[in-house]
Write a protein that binds this ligand. Structure first.
Ligand code: HEM
Length: 456
């Protein structure tokens, strides 16, 4: 336990850059890339220069990750072939923006995502899982087996959709779900040059372009409706009224459209997969489940849930954090070297690519005791293994490009799991077949098959 990371003491990187043979295990990248990267660090350590179809440096040590994302972040940007593909979908949105336009968008959007500001969406976060729990009554009585991943997917979309578009979301729900699934599938494809560019006449590109047109048309209509009723509720209405403190200007229509699309995509699948993995881990760890249920019963009793009560659910938060440690939804990050820079004693050149896998970083045995064990207690703030603040645990990334929706997602995750678990125990069915899939997000390949048991 000597090496465990504490937030005040990130151990120094003392290793050396390793170079695997050219094309080493390249075929694994096409199957499950997260397992490919994990094998790479297992065989070659925490700093690797890989040459294959794509040439990259991989970092798996918190100190190196810290340097790329935080300390030396000015020397890195997102101009990589992978982000180019995301840009095809998300246009000028914050997550893919660079330089001055990123700074301006972030400055304008940051206040809207502050903890105090997002509390206005709390009612939606309670209402949506409460409605879902009501529809589950029959399933609980008949002990039917179902795939909870599908329900978590609908639920997460409902919450972000209603937060963005208020009631307009409800009638467009099925279309938005279809559009986001196509765009996610497009974004998750490997960035091979031949299929990367949108001009290439592949069926996937045609489909993606036609979906993007329909989605843009819908968002454009939303924007012009909201312009006519300036007090409209929802994030869109709020974003529309924000002015840049430096220039006094509002967001132009196209910027609003890109941000809306990006927020639906960024705030949907990420949350849905954490929720799915949460039930999966809870079902496999009865001691954790017992303590989680005890905490909700003690803190809430028969009282309604409220934002103040959420802060008292400390163990629940630890279970969510441990879920994101083992199953980080956005498991992969990459950066372009913008200016020549030194990293781990090696001189990187402009145009080099640096990658990291959260799946491997969060399981690095140098920093996590028994890394594969599901142990929420490691996030107890008084434990030496609590690595918050270091780059050993970065489900929401770190540094200036850190997730803007972190507070929103955290409030949503706690509210949803508590609202559902007050009513039901979720039991993993024997028929559940488990395999991890790593595309844009990391999810259970076949979902999670469960049954319900009433708790009330
Ligand atoms: C558990 C849920 C979530 C996780 C794990 C997560 C994780 C992340 C990560 C890792 C990034 C950095 C991605 C990159 O640099 O390519 C990011 C960026 C971002 N996320 Fe999230 N996210 C979650 C939910 C949300 C939600 C609910 C929203 C909005 C409502 C959101 C909005 C954003 C935005 C706008 C950015 C771009 C920030 C920037 O580049 O300045 N995320 N998120």
């Amino acid at each position: 336990m000597n090496n465990l990371v504490h937030k005040d003491a990130i151990p120094k990187f003392t290793g050396k850059l390793k170079r695997p043979p050219v094309f080493y295990r390249q075929w694994m990248l096409a199957g499950n890339p997260a397992l490919f990267f994990d094998r790479l660090v297992e065989d070659y350590g925490d700093f690797i220069h890989y040459k294959g179809l794509i040439d990259f440096y991989m970092v798996n040590h918190p100190e190196l990750v810290n340097k790329v994302l935080k300390q030396s972040n000015r020397n890195f940007d997102k101009r990589t072939i992978i982000y180019k593909r995301f840009k095809n979908v998300q246009g000028s949105a914050l997550v893919v923006a660079e330089g001055e336009s990123w700074k301006r968008q972030r400055r304008m959007m940051q206040p809207i995502f502050k903890k105090s500001a997002i509390e206005k969406f709390f009612d939606i976060m309670v209402d949506a899982p409460t409605n879902l729990a009501q529809t589950w009554t029959k399933r609980a009585d008949s002990k039917v087996v179902f795939n909870i991943a599908e329900d978590m997917n609908h639920l997460a979309l409902e919450i972000i959709g209603r937060a963005l578009f208020s009631n307009d979301f409800v009638e467009m729900r099925d279309k938005i779900e279809y559009w986001t699934s196509i765009l996610n599938r497009y974004s998750a494809k490997p960035p091979l040059p031949i299929i990367r560019d949108l001009w290439f006449p592949s069926p996937r590109n045609f489909k993606m372009k036609s979906v993007l047109r329909d989605f843009h048309r819908f968002l454009g209509k939303m924007v012009s409706c909201h312009r006519q009723s300036p007090n409209a509720e929802g994030l869109l209405g709020i974003l529309m009224q924000v002015t840049d403190e430096e220039t006094g200007e509002c967001m132009p229509d196209q910027a609003l459209i890109d941000e809306m699309l990006s927020l639906v995509m960024g705030g949907h699948e990420t949350v849905a997969t954490v929720l799915t993995w949460f039930w999966y881990e809870l079902g496999r760890n009865p001691e954790v489940e017992k303590r989680f249920h005890q905490e909700i019963d003690t803190v809430l009793g028969k009282q309604p849930i409220s934002p103040e009560k959420l802060t008292k659910l400390t163990y629940t938060k630890q279970v969510i954090e441990e879920t994101m440690r083992l199953h980080p939804p956005l498991w992969f990050e990459n950066r372009n070297v913008k200016n020549d820079v030194e990293l781990g004693g090696v001189q990187l050149k402009q145009g080099d690519m640096v990658v990291l896998s959260r799946y491997s970083l969060h399981r690095n045995p140098q920093f996590w005791h028994k890394p594969d064990k599901f142990d929420p207690g490691r996030f107890d703030k008084d434990k030496p293994e609590n690595s918050k603040g270091s780059c050993a645990f970065i489900p929401f990334s770190s540094g200036p490009r850190m997730c803007l929706g972190m507070q929103f997602a955290t409030m949503e995750l706690i509210t949803v799991v508590v609202t559902i678990a007050r009513r039901y125990r979720i039991i993993i069915d024997e028929s559940d077949k488990h395999e991890m899939a790593a595309h844009l997000t990391m999810s259970p390949k076949y979902g999670v098959k469960v049954r319900l048991e009433n708790r009330l």
